[in-house]
Write a protein that binds this ligand. Structure first.
Ligand SMILES: NC(=O)c1ccc[n+]([C@@H]2O[C@H](COP(=O)([O-])OP(=O)(O)OC[C@H]3O[C@@H](n4cnc5c(N)ncnc54)[C@H](OP(=O)(O)O)[C@@H]3O)[C@@H](O)[C@H]2O)c1
Length: 460
């Protein structure tokens, strides 16, 4: 019997016959010698993703997966007539834990009681599938450790990029390479808003309001706009693809809220566009120095020719770069009930399959995980957009401060015909460290001709 590798690299021991867990129940799917067996699935959460998972489980007749339980708070209002009458609707986690469900699917979201319930499911001898990025980014290693201890599995393919199979792609498809860089567009809300500002020349606030009206942005959009959602996903990708143990809080996240339509005009003049980019890159190791990971989630200029520039609306895209295989691109629907449910059902099937295929495998195949120092101090070209009350000598003042910091100006651009009281113009800088620019900007932002603080974006 083969047990599937966990994407976090800590496989359970490969032993047959099927295990008995602490409660004495048989683990995961029961073994049978005569063809495919039924795998019982319990669903925690019947919202956008949960109802789509239920729909797929009921409509696809050839998967041998059987939905047995749907748990939700105030469950009566959730009941639908398209699920078989055999499904038990419940508000009690104990009903699920004491049942014959083989796999518990968590699609409620939030950190609690979710984490407790996942722990209890694993210790009750059930494998778990979850779409919960915040939980996996924070507690993934501990939950996987518990799963291993209980000889169960936990899969979380839907937690990053919704329906795009990037986690299995990095772990299985590119496991033979030595990946050193992952760049991506991991938040569909930000991408939708930026695409709208670009396409329609509208202000950020208008684009956000429209996204909220259409259901592409939450009533409280902070997690998305400020990059907190994407950095949880980036922490998961860094672990799966780069084998780096990274806390989401250690990744710098910058908001997209200062981007204006004028920035797209200037970016286009530079042959670029602006996207919220999540980037994690391992630096080559130098003797005696701790491993370094550059990681950040921020709005950035990307060349129009880059695949990242062509991501429109709420799509997601991840570009993984390896020492041997070069660049590999994963793209598609990063959110939405059905696409995300596909990833969830694929994880369920992977667990179900892994209990029935007989192969041998070795834990030694997994690269060791390291805990690098995390920095956002990228060396890059930089875009500085100013909004000023015009007067003579502005460029000279800025150039003096930049040159005192050892920073070289590459170009200066000014759109003609703008009001003198709110004059936007652009300075691009030659390659230098982001920290140098930030230092210079502390001085620059106190200059009295600035109408608002300078917008600083890296040019990737
Ligand atoms: N939606 C997407 O496109 C997407 C994409 C990728 C990943 N995900 C992840 O998938 C998970 C679910 O997302 P979703 O969009 O389906 O959320 P959702 O529509 O809000 O559904 C969550 C469901 O869980 C129920 N629930 C929440 N807390 C509960 C609790 N303590 N006890 C019992 N039931 C509870 C909710 O009940 P109420 O109706 O009472 O609120 C709701 O029915 C989240 O972790 C999310 O990050 C979502």
């Amino acid at each position: 019997m083969r047990r599937r590798h966990s994407p976090f690299g800590d496989n359970r021991k490969m032993t047959a016959p099927p295990k008995r867990n602490a409660t004495g129940k048989s683990a995961a799917v029961k073994e049978k010698n005569d063809g495919p067996q039924t795998c019982n699935v319990a669903l925690l959460g019947f919202g956008t993703v949960g109802s789509s998972v239920a729909r797929i489980l009921c409509e696809r007749s050839n998967t041998h997966l059987r939905l047995t339980h749907v748990l939700n708070r105030n469950v009566a209002r959730k009941k639908v007539d398209w699920l078989p009458s055999s499904v038990l609707w419940t508000e009690s986690i104990d009903d699920v834990l004491s049942s014959n469900a083989d796999i518990v699917v968590e699609v409620m979201g939030g950190l609690q009681p979710t984490e407790d319930w996942i722990r209890r499911a694993l210790t009750s001898g059930k494998s778990v599938v979850t779409a919960n990025k915040q939980l996996i980014a924070r507690s993934g290693p501990e939950l996987i450790g518990l799963a291993r201890q209980m000889n169960q599995q936990i899969q979380f393919g839907a937690s990053v990029a919704g329906g795009v199979p990037v986690i299995s792609g990095l772990h299985d498809g590119l496991g033979g390479d030595e990946l050193f860089k992952i760049r991506g567009i991991l938040n569909g809300t930000c991408n939708y808003i930026l695409s709208q500002i670009e396409a329609n020349g509208i202000p950020f606030a208008t684009a956000l309001r429209e996204a909220q009206k259409l259901g592409f942005a939450e009533a409280d959009p902070t997690e998305d706009i400020d990059g907190l959602d994407a950095r949880a996903k980036l922490a998961i990708l860094a672990r799966v693809g780069l084998h780096c143990n990274v806390r989401p809080e250690s990744i710098v996240a910058r908001s997209i809220s200062a981007i204006d339509s004028i920035d797209f005009e200037y970016a286009n003049q530079l042959g670029c566009t602006i996207r919220q980019i999540s980037c994690a890159e391992l630096m080559p190791e130098s003797k005696g120095k701790a491993k370094q990971l550059f990681a950040a989630v921020q709005p950035a200029l990307v060349e129009l020719a880059s695949p990242l520039a062509r991501v429109e609306g709420s799509q997601n895209l991840v570009v993984a770069t390896g020492k041997y295989g070069g660049e590999t691109v994963f793209g598609g629907h990063g959110a939405g009930g059905h696409p995300t449910a596909v990833a969830v059902v694929s994880d369920i099937l992977a667990i179900a399959r892994s209990t029935t295929i007989t192969t041998t495998t070795s834990n030694a195949a997994q690269p060791a995980e390291t805990t690098p120092t995390v920095t956002a101090d990228f060396t890059a070209k930089h875009y500085l957009r100013f909004l000023v009350k015009d007067r003579p000598g502005i460029i000279a003042s800025l150039a003096t401060i930049l040159s005192q910091s050892g920073i070289n100006i590459d170009s200066v651009l000014q759109k003609p015909g703008c009001p003198k009281s709110h004059l936007p113009f652009l300075i691009t800088l030659e390659e230098c460290k982001a920290s140098l620019v930030e230092q210079a900007l502390q001085q620059i932002n106190s200059l009295d001709f600035l109408v608002q603080p300078c917008l600083h974006l890296p040019i990737l």
